[in-house]
Design a protein around this ligand. Structure first.
Ligand SMILES: Nc1ncnc2c1ncn2[C@@H]1O[C@H](COP(=O)(O)OP(=O)(O)OP(=O)(O)O)[C@@H](O)[C@H]1O
Ligand SMILES: [Mg+2]
Length: 573
């Protein structure tokens, strides 16, 4: 390829429409737009800012230096984006902030002998303002906004002055000059606020209970971040300006002031760790982040402390220390499904079952087995935890599911709900009748409830039959729930051997089962069971499920219309 011409140096230019876009796209909320005006007032040397809001008219009045000449207006007001000189303003950076308020109505700036009026509505292609000279001199600068408060219109001002006052008070909470709203001071001067900590970069009001950390750039809110990123919540109010994006709602990467503040927050968190007995939920991610994702040294004493802090949730929902959870020979990551098996594995010491939520805060989405291996490995190493035989292994949870698919647990009667207990009582009351369908050797077996991940009912073949709680519940939620429950008990009676462990169904089993459920008494039992269930609901005042409720009502209605001998006779004559 041969170039036809030498490269030509050209300048990018902007279309006037970009100004409108910049304004619209950075307009966040009315309180944010007003905060921009307050920042301008402070930059103009104002010693106070007074705001009033009544009948859809908003005024922001300051006693700063205002606009002193037409030249100044053409230079700094008419032109968007004129660069600032280093240190000439506390907040001003981009020379666009004044635009935010323009989307909320017709705006007038009155200062000195001048008035500038911008009315964005209606101006489509060209976007400008009207400049007017007055003979009366106005001190400082007063911005007046007349806009709609109709909440269904875009960019409307708030309907209630109270909500605006509340939002604005949070937005400019620590600005260094008094700000009043309809006559009430809404900010606290940084020198008078109740800080817990202070350094060259910021004032801090930190606490363990807040879920959010509110970040203020020299008194004006920039962002609310989740406390779990820092391990601490509360307020940070900078003394030096942060490097912010143009909308002033995010801190730029590489902001030196913020980097130093973050170090301070980290130090604060680590210092406090040495004193706490238990971590709050939002303090855990910051700790894991520090241990797993950084190589920052952990002082020996702190390492010991962290080992014994209870913050890792186990399969029973209890918080355990890393020492307890990680001093194991084998680990596995719970599959979020097989709870009974996981409890069994953990309780018997086959492996320490790590819950996905404990490590999930460090991964994107559900943690994988590899995530668990990496994170547990880091925790063990960084906290100097020693496995019992010098080495620990990770075992896929599926391994336990395959080998322990018969794991079951008892459930006491007292642990069941009213309705589950009702169903179980009926099963017990009808136990002899069900037994008679099979007449298995060994006689009637005791019926109780249990829980299992993989089986619905089980027996030792002679003395008991246990039914999974889900099957008892199923009677409520499923039309055929009773049918299934009775069939399962029959099924277990057909088993002459224990059904824990792998069990098979041979020809004799099927023949016996087949005969039992084809027995006319089987249907009678199911029917009687359901009637007892409905009468139990009535006695105990339990509302039936929609499905049962409808079914019962339909049957009851049909019963009324059912012909009798006398109605037939009457109809015939
Ligand atoms: N209340 C005021 N008193 C005096 N001058 C003001 C006032 N408000 C705005 N100005 C002037 O208008 C200029 C433009 O304000 P604008 O808010 O758009 O930009 P900025 O404050 O310079 O930068 P930023 O975009 O970061 O806010 C300011 O730099 C300042 O010179
Ligand atoms: Mg500004």
């Amino acid at each position: 390829m041969t170039a036809l011409t030498a490269p030509e140096a050209r300048q990018f230019t902007v279309h006037p429409a970009i100004i409108k876009s910049i304004i619209r796209e950075q307009a966040g909320s009315p309180d944010k737009a007003i905060a921009e005006l307050i920042m301008n007032s402070v930059d103009a040397g104002a010693t106070r800012v007074d705001i009033t809001f009544e009948d859809g008219t908003l005024t922001i009045k300051d006693d700063g230096r205002g606009f002193s000449s037409r030249e100044e207006i053409l230079q700094v007001f008419e032109t968007f984006g004129l660069p600032h000189e280093e240190g000439d303003a506390i907040y001003g950076r981009f020379r666009v902030g004044r635009g935010q308020i323009m989307v909320y109505g017709k705006v007038s700036w009155r200062s000195g002998h001048y008035e500038m009026v911008a009315d964005l509505a209606g101006e489509v292609e060209n976007f400008g303002y009207h400049l007017q000279e007055h003979d009366t001199f106005a001190e400082g600068c007063t911005v007046t906004v007349t806009g709609t408060t109709d909440p269904y219109k875009p960019y409307s001002l708030p309907h209630s002055s109270k909500s605006l006052e509340r939002d604005l008070a949070e937005m400019v909470a620590y600005v260094a000059v008094p700000v009043t709203f309809n006559g009430t001071v809404i900010n606290t001067l940084p020198s008078q606020a109740d800080w817990t900590d202070e350094d060259d970069h910021a004032f801090y009001s930190l606490n363990r209970t807040d879920w959010e950390l509110l970040i203020y750039n020299k008194g004006v809110m920039v962002a609310k971040q989740q406390a779990h990123w820092f391990g601490v919540g509360g307020v940070v109010n900078t003394k030096q300006p942060l490097a912010l994006n143009m909308a002033r709602n995010a801190i730029l990467c590489g902001c030196d002031v913020w980097s130093r503040i973050k170090l301070r927050l980290k130090a604060h968190y680590q210092k406090r760790l040495a004193r706490v007995q238990q971590l709050k939920d939002h303090e855990v991610p910051a700790l894991l982040e520090w241990i797993v994702h950084t190589d920052d040294p952990i002082p020996h004493e702190l390492q010991r402390k962290i080992r014994s802090l209870r913050f890792m949730v186990d399969i029973f929902g209890n918080k355990q220390s890393p020492e307890k959870m990680l001093t194991a020979e084998r680990f596995t990551l719970h599959d979020r499904t097989h709870i009974t098996i996981a409890e069994h594995v953990h309780r018997s010491g086959m492996a320490s079952v790590i819950m996905p939520q404990t490590i999930g805060m460090l991964t994107r989405g559900n943690p994988t087995d590899q995530d668990a291996v990496d994170i547990i490995g880091r925790l063990i190493k960084r906290l100097a935890i020693f496995p019992p035989n010098g080495k620990s292994y990770f075992k896929d949870f599926q391994f336990f599911v395959n080998s322990l698919d018969d794991t079951t647990d008892d459930i006491k009667d007292s642990q069941l709900t009213n309705e589950e207990m009702l169903v179980l009582r009926i099963a017990r009351a009808m136990n002899v009748e069900i037994y008679n369908l099979v007449r298995a050797p060994g006689g009637v077996r005791k019926i109780s409830a249990g829980k299992a991940d993989k089986v619905e009912a089980w027996t030792d073949g002679c003395s008991y039959i246990q039914i999974d709680r889900g099957i008892l519940k199923n009677v409520r939620h499923h039309k055929c729930g009773v049918n299934k429950l009775v069939a399962l008990i029959v099924h277990e009676y057909c088993h002459g051997d224990s059904t824990s462990g792998t069990h098979s169904h041979d020809y004799d089993f099927y023949q016996q089962f087949h005969e039992a459920i084809l027995d006319p008494d089987f249907g009678k039992i199911v029917d009687a069971f359901f009637r007892r269930y409905v009468s139990g609901l009535c006695r105990k005042g339990i509302v039936p499920s929609g499905e049962h409720g409808q079914h019962i009502k339909q049957i009851a209605k049909l019963a009324q219309d059912l012909p009798t001998r006398s109605t037939r006779k009457a109809a015939a004559s």
